[in-house]
Design a protein around this ligand. Structure first.
Ligand code: ZN
Length: 290
């Protein structure tokens, strides 16, 4: 069995045909290792942009890929074909740092090759997620590759970060530091239709208060002082994709502004709430007198 760690660099530009911004892949880098994590081979290719004549300033400064380098690249179709051949029919587990590389690869394969799915990937592990679990970090935050490498005690100065091959090699170093086949087994995803549906699902805020996916039991506010449930004294108002209402505790005679935002993911709805104490009119009156 082999592991392939892939990394992509892309150029973001406005696409007239799509009438939106598009991330066009300009470099593919990958490293293949065996069961013992010994390097079998590496892959690196630059891709000539078909959508823009120039790389964005951000990409140039981040990757140090010049326009001239990019002009010397091959077409996306040729790069993907060479990459597929390089992977061959080996039994591989694919990895990338975060799944955005996969989403960009999917978009590019659809746009340039009119292909759904990624034909050369059968099994996938999100290495970022895997390493975050190893580092006992929550999935709410997403750690960058360099930051993770530093936490693993890796000297990142010897890597040219934000170049596809070097980033895949740096990812490999993180993988070596955290390698545990049992932990890894839980992260292996089969790349079937459900995998792609989940990957392409765009999380969105629920802004209709009557939406049945909203858990009304979470739309309650408790008093900071007496811990009792407060009474809602205003209508729910939509503010910045969140629902907001004023609550009152008659025990303590205080008001709180309670805000809750529901975000729908592929298989669950996430709720985030906060409350802010509101100085009531009486208090304001006292302050004025003082
Ligand atoms: Zn109270």
């Amino acid at each position: 069995m082999y592991y392939v760690i892939m990394d992509l660099e892309w150029n973001n530009s406005y696409n007239k045909k799509l009438k939106s911004f598009f991330n066009e892949i300009i470099e593919i880098g990958a490293v293949m290792v065996d069961d013992d994590l010994d390097v079998v081979d590496t892959f690196s290719v630059l891709i000539r942009s078909q959508l823009s004549n120039k790389l964005s300033g951000r990409v140039k400064s981040l990757t140090h890929i010049s326009n001239e380098d990019m002009y010397g690249g091959v077409t996306f179709a040729k790069a993907v074909s060479d990459f597929s051949k390089w992977v061959g029919d080996k039994d591989c587990i694919f990895m990338s740092w975060g799944n955005s590389d996969l989403r960009v690869m999917l978009d590019n394969l659809k746009f340039f090759n009119d292909i759904d799915g990624i034909p050369f990937i059968q099994r996938y592990v999100d290495l970022q997620k895997y390493c975050q679990q190893y580092l006992k970090m929550s999935n709410a935050q997403q750690i960058g590759l360099s930051a993770a490498a530093t936490l693993f005690g890796i000297d990142v100065s010897e890597f040219s970060t934000h170049r596809a091959l070097d980033d895949s090699l740096l990812s490999l170093r993180c993988f070596k530091k955290s390698f545990d086949t049992d932990a890894l087994a839980e992260h292996i995803l089969i790349c079937d239709d459900a995998f792609y549906q989940r990957l392409l699902f765009k999380a969105k805020y629920i802004t209709n208060i009557h939406d049945e996916r909203i858990d009304r039991s979470q739309m309650v506010c408790y008093c900071d002082d007496c811990r009792k449930r407060m009474r809602k004294v205003s209508e729910w108002k939509m503010v910045n994709k969140a629902f907001r209402a004023l609550f009152y505790c008659k025990n303590c005679d205080n008001y709180s502004m309670f805000t809750i935002r529901f975000r729908e993911y592929f298989d669950h709805v996430d709720a985030k709430s906060k409350k802010t104490k509101v100085v009531n009119d009486e208090n304001k009156g006292e302050k004025k007198e003082n």
